[in-house]
Design a protein around this ligand. Structure first.
Ligand SMILES: [Zn+2]
Length: 114
């Protein structure tokens, strides 16, 4: 089961202008040119500095999935040092990755209290 736990856009134009170009170039390096263009829009135009999907470049709601589900959908498990698996995906891209592995997801809104 996955959980949505936070908001979408986090603005800081100064930081976005200093760091945003690196994020654009990261997508371009992996030949994700549409994601690179989205990152130009979201970071350099809108000032978004929050999380962005490593697949499509869109900002997304923060969410959580159990390690076994995440590993099954993405092929990436927790690192040997105990850190969470690499990769941040939006809900749509995670859904698509899960479906490609034959996993159907159901997203359930849930109250979150830190
Ligand atoms: Zn995505």
């Amino acid at each position: 089961m996955a959980h949505v736990v936070d908001s979408l856009i986090c603005r800081d134009y100064g930081y976005a202008w200093r760091a945003g170009w690196r994020w654009v170039l990261w997508y371009a390096r992996y030949r994700r040119f549409l994601a690179a263009l989205r990152t130009v829009w979201y970071t350099l135009i809108l000032g978004h500095i929050g999380e962005a999907c490593r697949e499509c470049g869109r900002p997304y709601l923060h969410w959580w999935a159990a390690d076994d589900l995440y590993a099954s959908a993405t092929g990436k498990g927790r690192r040997s040092n105990g850190e969470a698996a690499p990769g941040l995906y939006c809900l749509e891209c995670f859904d698509r990755k899960a479906l490609a592995q034959g996993i159907k997801l159901r997203w359930i809104p849930e109250r979150w209290t830190p």
